[in-house]
Design a protein around this ligand. Sequence first.
Ligand code: PMV
Length: 334
Amino acid sequence: MKNTAIAKSPANIALIKYWGQRDKSLNIPNNDSISFNLSAAFTITQATADDTLKEDEITLAGRPVSDLFAKKVIKQLDRVRELAGVKTRFLIETENSFPTGAGIASSASGMSALSLAAASALKLKLSQQELSILARKGSGSASRSIPDGFVRWHQGDSDQSSYAESLYPADYWDLHNLVVVVAQAEKKVSSLAGHQLAETSPLYESRLKHIKDSLNSVVQALKNQDFTLLGVTAEAEALNMHAVMMTSQPSLIYWAPDTLRILQQVADLRNDGQECYFTIDAGANVHVLTEAKNAQKIMKFFESQDYVKQVIDNLPARGAHLVSENVKNVDRVI
Ligand code: PMV
């Protein structure tokens, strides 16, 4: 048997973050999170299930991958094989449209694309909820890249109850997320290692108490398309998560000096009447949220800064889906 499937899946940006886990083997979080999918930051993965292969073969952008990368992919393929009840090995060819492992959620797009492609190559028929659960086990935030548009991950309290679902489709609100790239190198501490440190921060307990209010504010902001409420809440939430990271033992500081520069410039732009807000994941790059009317001007502003390497302009996007184009034809953004 030899069967190929190709999946495209977006990275996502969390407005309310997932940080810390109640079950680390299943990636069950301590709180719900809310995100939207990113149109220009995606992974395309081609999975070929091939009974003649002796072991899984994996390439990233046409090149061999590190042992750590291969280990994570093979672990996820084992989950897919277990669901299908087979031992078939895969050829996995994957490519990202953006820098890998630099806090632009490559694990979210990568694990969700891998889950869909591998399950489809084995002709497994999974519901969206089952796919979200499968992707979650590869990387928590990957559960949110399966459904379309604006997404809520229900923390749940068991394997079957912890999954993401769409709140609104991608075309519900044309928000822009400008990823201002200042660091393209892979981060030193993975988010997987970071989650384990969350509870060592004296601020973590108060974060979890406060987060229900933040979730409600984002739900309200999405419902009313209230950009100010959305932005103010997302900024405060990102700072809250980074405060937990910085006060963990050992301390985790994902920011670079240029990260702080962008935060100050976002505040300046806002004072100038160009409404925008920042959020940051586990990396030095900053995601700047704007409405459509200001997006081009703010994008040009950041592109003109000599310390900025690149600005990636994203709109909300649909979730993981099968495509017909070959992985070698991905338009490389970077
Ligand atoms: O899915 P992971 O283990 O890569 O964790 C993602 C963590 C953050 O990006 C920092 C927050 C989030 O909710 O995406």
